[in-house]
Design a protein around this ligand. Structure first.
Ligand code: SAM
Length: 221
């Protein structure tokens, strides 16, 4: 059996009982970063053999995991934070498991996008998750333009040093819409800023962005 196990996005108290039970009972844990997951396992006093599964060895490690499943072993896939497969490795493994007719399930839990869209105060009944945008402005604007006419709330992941140029491009492409950014969710300095894109740009001009960000932008009304 293959389990995709969601882990906390900051606060370790957000681990679920089923995540702990699964991590305790599987034969192997496939981790995006074995050191980070090692710390998580140690915190919960779980001792388990790990194998590396990350974007640079997805194909090779994927085959290894399929062989383990064929041998009747159970494997839990864990990313650095949040839900595996959401802007993290996991998707190719689910595909492989389905192709090879192995049972696959998920232990649900935290994901930054769900918390950000709910806390943004923007409509959360219908949204488009775009993940990480391209790093260069021209490509980023083209990437954003795909949804310029969309009525759905838009969600992006962005790094702190690209937050300001991201918001500036969003203002160009979408106009001065309502938006929000969610920073350091579930952590000590959790903070959600809400306002128009130009208000958010003014905010980041005063306070240098630090930590992790999700940007949420309203759709066309
Ligand atoms: N799999 C993760 C999930 O389910 O949300 C996402 C992994 S992705 C590599 C990391 C990005 O997620 C960060 O750059 C940031 O945009 C967002 N993120 C993760 N944790 C966050 C947090 N605590 N607060 C705000 N954003 C977060």
């Amino acid at each position: 059996m293959l389990y995709l196990v969601a882990t906390p996005i900051g606060n370790l108290g957000d681990i679920t009982l089923r995540a702990l039970e699964t991590l305790r009972t599987v034969d192997f844990v496939a981790s995006e970063d074995t050191r980070k997951t090692g710390r998580l396992l140690k915190h919960f006093e779980i001792s388990k053999p790990q194998i590396a599964f990350h974007e640079h060895n997805e194909a090779q490690a994927g085959n290894k995991i399929m062989n383990m499943l064929a041998d009747g072993k159970s494997v839990a896939v864990v990313s650095d934070a949040g839900t595996p497969g959401i802007s993290d490795p996991g998707y190719t493994l689910v595909q492989l498991a389905i192709e090879n007719k192995f049972e696959v399930t998920m232990i649900p839990g935290p994901t930054a996008l769900a918390m950000a869209v709910v806390l943004s105060g923007l409509p959360a009944h219908s949204f488009t998750y775009r993940g990480f945008p391209p790093r260069k402005s021209g490509k980023r604007q083209n990437f954003m333009a795909v949804d310029a006419e969309s009525p759905h709330t838009l969600i992006f992941y962005e790094s702190p040093h690209r937050l300001k140029p991201f918001l500036e491009d969003a203002l160009v492409v979408y106009g001065d819409r309502q938006a929000a950014f969610a920073n350091e969710l579930t952590k000590l300095y959790e903070n959600v800023q809400r306002g128009t894109l130009s208000e958010l740009i003014a905010f980041v001009e005063k306070e240098e962005p630090r930590g992790e960000y999700v940007v949420v932008i309203e759709g066309v009304k």
